[in-house]
Ligand binder design. Structure first.
Ligand SMILES: C[S@@+](CC[C@H](N)C(=O)[O-])C[C@H]1O[C@@H](n2cnc3c(N)ncnc32)[C@H](O)[C@@H]1O
Length: 211
């Protein structure tokens, strides 16, 4: 479940870091302030930190530089091998947002540019799993593309169509980019108090604390 987009990253593993650095014009606005976005997530993480979908390991690098104890789960083989080669000592396994084996108590769940791979129903299920594993005060810190409303999402589709960005438009329509009210409600139902902060035209910081 939630793994239907994993194979897309077989082809993207080699060129992903070029995309995040703004070399892919269609995705330049999505990855604007990429480094600062990762910094914002890493700055809030504490203790045993669980990272989902590290890709090439750019957020992982910042978490490790902070001295955090990181456990990572990456379902794409090419991406997982890349990150394992980059950080030999990193504890990284095949796993995903919904299916991961946890041996030690977590303090923080982090992820960037990945939670939209789950449907809203799956996101709600994931939030309940994280709530069951965290103590009071434990955190979820995700950064991802999310829209203020359904109307804002449709307006963005129109804008991207006018820009002629066919790949980005297909991506925005294909994957499960949700809205802030939906995300807030599913996190609230799982027992989290959540704040949202805009980080660029697409990406918001989603910071939830277990009540
Ligand atoms: C756009 S990349 C983001 C990589 C990295 N987190 C970053 O910020 O640059 C999305 C990553 O999510 C992973 N992914 C896809 N489906 C997933 C799932 N269901 N659970 C966890 N990770 C998933 C992909 O394999 C890929 O590595």
């Amino acid at each position: 479940m939630g793994r239907e987009f994993v194979e897309i990253f077989d082809a993207w593993a080699d060129s992903y870091d070029a995309s995040v650095s703004g070399q892919d014009e269609e995705y330049a606005a999505v990855f604007e302030h990429y480094d600062t976005i990762l910094e914002e997530v890493a700055a809030k993480a504490i203790g045993h930190t669980i990272e989902f979908g590290p890709g090439t390991g750019n957020l992982t690098e910042k978490l490790l530089a902070k001295g955090l104890d990181v456990t990572a789960y990456e379902p794409n083989n090419a991406m997982r091998m890349r990150t394992q080669e980059r950080f030999h000592a990193l504890n990284i396994s095949d796993g995903d947002f919904l299916d991961f084996e946890l041996k030690e108590h977590p303090d923080t769940f982090v992820s960037t540019y990945a939670f939209h791979h789950l449907t809203d129903e799956e996101k709600a299920k994931a939030a309940k799993i994280y709530a069951s594993k965290l103590s009071t005060g434990g955190q979820i810190i995700f950064a991802d593309t999310i829209f203020e409303t359904e109307e804002a999402k449709l307006d963005q589709w129109k804008k991207v169509e006018q820009q002629g960005y066919k790949n980005l438009l297909e991506d925005l329509k294909r994957e499960y980019y949700t809205t802030i009210p939906v995300m807030n409600e599913l996190l609230d139902e799982a027992g989290f108090s959540t704040s949202f902060k805009r980080l660029n035209e697409y990406v918001w910081l989603i910071h939830s604390v277990k009540k």
